[in-house]
Design a protein around this ligand. Structure first.
Ligand code: HEC
Ligand code: HEC
Length: 476
């Protein structure tokens, strides 16, 4: 046990970690016990690949670096007052902690000066990893595969670019990319789907690089990344389920021009291991009390009103992976409309989709009818809800007419009674001029792609039934 074991050797103050292989770990951790536990956990899963997959995500950079430590350590010089003065007076460790909070990053358990979401390599160079969007926290607890609902990618990129100008450093691919397309208009959500489309424009089916002008007709929209522990229950990936599951599909994010087709072939085995780790993840358990009689009533209501789409849970669990027509679900349709049948089939017909597949598994994926009803395991932890992250709590999901038009979360607050993000609710965006960084701390459902409408099924329930379903959802 080398590096993987050392991850358990230290506990970050204020951060309760769940096991990195996804199995739940009781109690507090001391180094030796944790090491033994980590080994046992691997043996239990029975796949060496699982541990390797996790380790690769934490330690291997697949993209060119985004910035160096010197840039990261000067970001505070751009912050608004009084934050800037506070940072100026603070010791460097505290300043780094403040920077992580501002950009939605989590300190690495082995070395709190680094972030879990970036690989920090030689010379202190930081490179974004999959975990930037796919590793978050809830109530200060890092849960493997939980989406990062705090990630402020656009604000980080904007401020990095300004520091690089001051330090006369060259721009990287994110600095340039963000001049061509928005990265994310609300913290915690990103334009990730369109990054993929924009990058695929410059490749043929075998991923050879094509020199073509960029597209200017893309439908930008922000998405909330799904929990990774759902992947094992699905056969198709993404909100509309159009991409058959497979390790190659996970590699789209590596399509920068520096990575030619040879790199994809070279790294394929790494992504088998990464996929194994993702498939090993388990949903986290609700940390509070459960009113069991109420939850039992909720189970029956759920089975009658929700189960035909969302499946059943517990012994004999069944997941139908049902695609619900866009008109029936009625949630924001920008994501649905943003991909054409041609784009979907080009991806599936490319190297990413061809992987020991019979053609039948690829057929009929180019024109899905709507969105997949996702599995709801561990749903308490994955706020905000819906594919665009427009609904801050499960209570709001169950009360369609009471969903806020504009909301703003507290930095890491969690609302245990409504189950989800602790938010301030507003009728409209605040009057007066906001900086772009401030604007991204609000979720404005009036903007394109950000509507919180639809999924009105809970309207059929009485208030008592809703309370029971809410209690039941905590047990999944
Ligand atoms: C910039 C943010 C971002 C980064 C970085 C990122 N993803 Fe994602 N990922 C998303 C979003 C958003 C979705 C949902 C897209 C959709 O449903 O259309 C997603 C979807 C997925 C899914 C599908 C899950 C499901 O249940 O359908 C998997 C698996 C996944 N990503 C793996 C990865 C891997 C592996 C990497 C690194 C190589 C990565 N992602 C990098 C944002 C990101
Ligand atoms: C007709 C099928 C259908 C029924 C019935 C249904 N849902 Fe859904 N549900 C969906 C679909 C599809 C989505 C994804 C919509 C989106 O993201 O835009 C969804 C999303 C959700 C989400 C958010 C998931 C996430 O990860 O963000 C929750 C929670 C949920 N449903 C709970 C319920 C409950 C509780 C009921 C019963 C009162 C219910 N649903 C009834 C189809 C259904």
């Amino acid at each position: 046990m080398t590096q993987a074991g050392s991850q358990y050797a230290m506990k970050v103050p204020g951060i309760e970690r769940e096991s990195w292989c996804g199995l739940r770990r009781p109690g507090r951790v001391v180094a030796a016990a944790a090491l033994a536990w980590a080994c046992a956990c691997r043996a239990f899963v029975g796949a060496a690949d699982v541990g390797r997959g996790r380790e690769l995500l934490l330690s291997k950079a697949y993209l060119p670096a985004d910035f160096d430590q010197e840039v990261f350590d000067q970001l505070w010089t751009l912050w608004p007052e009084p934050l800037r003065s506070r940072a100026e007076r603070a010791p460097v460790e505290e300043r780094r902690r403040m920077a992580m909070e501002r950009y939605g990053l989590t300190p690495h358990p082995d070395d709190p000066s680094r972030s879990l979401q970036y690989v920090v390599g030689e010379g202190g160079r930081w490179t974004m990893s999959c975990l930037a969007c796919h590793q978050g926290q809830v109530e200060g607890r890092v849960i493997p595969g939980l989406p990062n609902s705090n990630y402020a990618l656009e604000t980080l990129t904007e401020e990095v670019r300004l520091v690089k100008v001051k330090q006369r450093k060259p721009f990287g691919h994110m600095d340039m990319g963000s001049l061509l397309l928005p990265l994310g208009t609300t913290n915690g959500t990103t334009n990730a789907v369109i990054f993929g489309v924009a990058l695929m424009r410059h490749r043929d089916a075998d991923l050879n690089i094509l020199q073509r002008p960029p597209r200017f007709d893309l439908v930008h929209h922000d998405m909330d990344a799904p929990a990774w522990w759902h992947a094992r229950r699905k056969t198709g990936l993404y909100a509309d389920g159009f991409a058959p599951k497979g390790h190659r599909m996970l590699m789209q994010f590596l399509l920068v021009k520096e990575n030619g087709p040879d790199k994809f072939a070279e790294w394929e085995d790494d992504f088998r291991a990464i996929e194994s780790w993702i498939e090993s993840l388990e949903p986290p358990r609700w940390p509070g009390e459960i009113d069991q009689p109420l939850a039992d009533r909720g189970r029956a209501v759920f089975a009658a009103h929700c189960g035909s789409c969302h499946g059943s849970y517990g012994p004999g669990a069944d997941f139908p992976e049902r695609i619900v027509a866009i008109e029936e679900i009625g949630t924001d349709r920008v994501r649905f409309d943003s991909l054409t049948a041609k784009e979907r089939s080009e991806l599936n017909d490319s190297w990413f989709g061809h992987h020991g597949r019979d053609t039948a598994s690829l057929r009929n994926r180019e024109s899905p009818a709507g969105y997949v009803a996702p599995p709801l395991d561990g749903i308490w932890a994955t706020a905000p809800y819906l594919h665009n992250g427009s609904v801050p709590t499960l209570w709001h999901l169950l009360h369609p007419a009471k969903r806020p038009a504009v909301w703003r979360r507290t930095p890491t607050g969690y609302d245990r009674s409504r189950v989800g993000l602790e938010v301030e609710e507003l009728a409209t965006m605040p009057a007066g001029k906001l900086t772009s960084a401030e604007r991204r701390t609000y979720f404005d459902t009036s903007k394109p792609g950000k509507s919180a409408a639809g999924h009105d099924f809970p309207d059929a329930l009485t208030e008592d039934e809703k309370a029971a379903v809410l209690e039941y959802l905590k047990t999944l």
